[in-house]
Design a protein around this ligand. Structure first.
Ligand SMILES: O=C(O)CCC(=O)C(=O)O
Length: 251
C-alpha cells in the first residue's frame, strides 16, 4: 500500500521518490559489479549509455525484481498480478560537449493505445507501464538525468511541439535523488532524460519496467532462465496472460 502522502503525490505528479531503498553498502557493491562487468562510462560524445542482462550478476540485482519496499507500492499501483516487462541500466557522465542536445522528452497525452495510461475508476487508479528507477548515484538539483512535466500523465491535450524541448519549458522538473533512492513513475508522464552536467560523478541508475499481467510492452518477455531466481521473482517474470494467474504479492 502507498501511504496517504505517497498516493497523493503519485496521483498529483505522476511520479514519487522513495528515499533510502538501497543502503550505502549495497549501492557500493552494485557499482563494483558494474565495473566488474565493464560498465564504466558512456562513450565520448554520447548522451547516455544503457546496459542490461544484470540479473545474473548476483542477489543484489535479482532482489530489485521484488524489492520489499517497492512491492507493496506496485501492488496498489498495478494490482496484485503485475509482471516485469523489461529492465536496463543507465550510465551518464558530463562530457562538456556543447553539441549534445540538452535532453529529450517523450510521451504525450492520450497514449492509451500504446499501453501508457493512467486512469481512475471509482476511487482507484489503473496504470499501464510503470518504472521503478533505482539510483546508484546522487542526482543533485539541476544535474540532469530524469526529467518530467509533473502532472502530465493526466493531460488531455498533447504537449505543443515547442514545449517538448526541455530547455525551453519552465514546467519541466529535474527530479533530485540521492544514491539508494528509487523513483517510481508512470510512462504516461511526459518525461525523458536531460544531459548530465554534474562533473563530480556519473549518473548511474537501474530501471525496472513493470506492467499489468495482461500486457506486454517489449518485443518478447524477459527470460526467467537466470539462475538464482526465487519462485516469486519467476512469477513476476512470467509472460503476459490472464487465466488463473497467480498473485505475486503474498503476505
Ligand atoms: O531516467 C531517465 O533518464 C528517463 C528514462 C526514460 O525516458 C524512460 O524510462 O522512458
Amino acid at each position: 500500500m502507498l501511504s496517504d502522502e505517497q498516493r497523493y503525490l503519485f496521483d498529483l505528479n505522476g511520479y514519487l521518490v522513495v528515499p533510502g531503498v538501497l543502503d550505502t553498502a549495497r549501492v557500493a557493491r552494485m557499482s563494483a559489479d558494474m565495473a566488474a562487468h565493464a560498465v564504466t562510462s558512456p562513450e565520448d560524445g554520447s548522451l547516455e549509455y544503457r546496459f542490461g542482462d544484470f540479473f545474473g550478476w548476483g542477489d543484489d540485482w535479482r532482489e530489485l525484481i521484488d524489492h520489499p519496499t517497492i512491492m507493496p507500492l506496485l501492488q496498489e499501483i498495478l494490482g496484485e498480478r503485475f509482471r516485469l516487462d523489461h529492465a536496463y541500466g543507465m550510465a551518464m557522465r558530463a562530457t562538456g560537449d556543447g553539441d549534445l542536445p540538452a535532453g529529450n522528452l517523450h510521451h504525450v497525452a492520450g497514449m492509451f493505445h500504446h499501453a501508457c495510461f493512467y486512469v481512475t475508476h471509482g476511487a482507484k487508479m489503473h496504470n499501464g507501464l510503470i518504472v521503478a528507477s533505482f539510483a546508484l548515484s546522487d542526482t543533485p538539483p539541476g544535474a540532469g538525468g530524469f526529467i518530467c512535466i509533473p502532472g502530465s500523465h493526466k493531460a488531455l491535450y498533447p504537449t505543443p511541439a515547442e514545449m517538448m524541448r526541455p530547455e525551453d519549458n519552465p514546467l519541466v522538473a529535474n527530479v533530485p535523488l540521492a544514491a539508494g533512492d528509487a523513483g517510481l513513475f508512470t510512462e504516461s508522464l511526459t518525461h525523458g532524460t536531460a544531459a548530465w552536467t554534474h562533473t563530480g560523478a556519473e549518473r548511474r541508475a537501474v530501471l525496472l519496467k513493470y506492467c499489468p499481467h495482461y500486457m506486454q510492452w517489449a518485443g518478447r518477455p524477459m527470460s526467467d532462465g537466470v539462475s538464482g531466481l526465487t519462485e516469486r521473482q519467476r512469477l513476476i517474470l512470467q509472460p503476459p496472460y490472464v487465466d488463473k494467474r497467480e498473485i505475486v504479492v503474498k503476505a
